[in-house]
Write a protein that binds this ligand. Structure first.
Ligand code: GLC
Length: 410
């Protein structure tokens, strides 16, 4: 099996922020608003002419990602309605420089990411509701798509990768994928290339130029890499509420414990977690979204920083299947869920329990174990590959959802 180093590096990014942003953000009814609400083009152009993000939108986005502990952002450079946030350099006038924004928003995005050390990725639609050739002259449309992608790959310096979405709209068509990916490889030999397989074909690998499979709105399951000629990474993308693009009346937010557990569940199987936010038309991340993101970041900095480099290592837990371990060199990180809070029983009502947790498949002899969020060693016993760790509850003042213990192995 071919294993490319840049794909391994992508896996170490671990956690990314997906961003759906475009004229639909002004409308506030999701990124499919044009289609689902049957909005005429005349009407939609009003949103395009109102789409003028505030000057600091990109810097705020990059900062929010940073505070969330995300190491990359994947931003919609063009979504299904065909509008480009970048300067298409003459390919179309339906782009940010020719709209109310009057400037190249992707330039601002890439600069803001580079300023704070976030890796910029580009989402790009392959289907197009606007371009007339999409339904009448598909071959010529594909040339337009390639030319568009060539602009993105040659004008913004080194990028993390391209994330395509839309081939599922014409399953029987020849999308000339080799030619499209060839354009990327010409300029960005180490860019991660993804082509979303959508809700009906999660985890399916495709063209060998692709580098990662997708699990859109899925559940993290281990990849079956048997028989594959190339090592594919895996990435699972989720919405923070129920829409990708801004939904003004979408209250259906996931909880912070759910987000922390999902991040851990992805890393348990070696998949990246790509968590979406939908800023408003001005480019504002709402307070609620920002708070949830920051909560994840706080959890990572308190004790969860092994999510990035940690690799699955075949350790499982008899007592609770959600528990697992990751390995970094001679360190193991045990992820323990649902620990109770230790303290006066009148005020500590958290669920779960403390006590012995039995892990099997442990590679090597353990020298010591301690929580990553506080000092002091934990009691443990080892019998071959079976390790029993005396997991203490969180001391009052903490309730970590998932608590991580670090062990050194010989
Ligand atoms: C779907 C949707 C799209 C969204 C994407 C994100 O393919 O069509 O709106 O961008 O999922 O994974």
């Amino acid at each position: 099996m071919i294993v490319k180093e840049y794909i391994k590096d992508f896996e170490k990014l671990g956690f990314g922020m997906f961003v759906h942003f475009g004229p639909y953000s002004v409308i506030g009814r999701g990124e499919w608003a044009k289609k689902t609400h049957n909005i005429s083009w005349d009407e939609y152009m009003k949103a395009v002419q109102a789409f003028n993000p505030k000057p600091t939108w990109a810097a705020e986005l990059a900062q929010a990602a940073k505070e969330a502990g995300a190491r990359y952002i994947t931003l919609t450079t063009r979504h299904h309605e065909g509008f480009s946030l970048y300067d298409t350099r003459g390919l179309s006038t339906y782009d940010a420089p020719h709209s109310a924004a009057g400037r190249d928003l992707i330039r601002e995005y890439v600069d803001a990411c580079n300023d704070v050390g976030i890796v910029p990725f580009f989402y790009h639609t392959t289907l197009d509701w606007y371009h007339p050739d999409f339904n009448t002259n598909f071959k010529s449309y594909l040339q337009y798509l390639r030319d568009s992608v060539e602009v993105l790959c040659s004008e913004y310096g080194k990028i993390g990768g391209l994330w395509f979405d839309g081939n599922w709209s014409k399953p029987g068509e020849d999308w000339e994928e080799d030619a499209l990916y060839g354009v990327i490889r010409k300029h960005q030999p180490e860019a991660i290339i993804v082509n979303n397989t959508g809700l009906s074909a999660r985890g399916e690998p495709g063209n060998l130029q692709l580098d990662s499979v997708t699990f859109e709105q899925g559940r993290p399951t281990p990849m079956n890499r048997e028989g594959m000629s190339k090592y594919f990474a895996a990435e699972m993308c989720h919405t923070l509420n129920a829409h990708w693009g801004c939904g003004h009346s979408d209250f259906n937010y996931k909880s912070l414990p759910h987000l922390i557990e999902t991040l851990c569940a992805c890393r348990k199987v070696g998949a990246n977690y790509l968590l979406n936010v939908g800023p408003t038309g001005e480019g504002e991340i709402t307070l609620l979204q920002e708070a949830l993101l920051r909560g994840i970041g706080d959890w990572i900095s308190l004790g969860g920083s092994s999510i990035y480099e940690g690799k699955p290592c075949g350790v499982s837990c008899e007592d609770a299947p959600k528990n697992f371990a990751l390995r970094i060199d001679n360190k193991l990180y045990f992820y323990v869920h649902d620990l109770s809070i230790t303290g006066d029983s009148n005020v500590t009502v958290a669920g779960g329990g403390a006590g012995d947790k039995v892990f099997t498949g442990v590679p090597g002899r353990i020298k010591s174990v301690k929580w990553t969020d506080c000092d002091g060693n934990l009691a443990f016993t080892q019998d071959g590959d079976k390790v029993t760790i005396g997991c203490t509850g969180c001391t009052s003042g903490k309730s970590l959802v998932v608590r991580v213990a670090e062990a050194e192995i010989e």
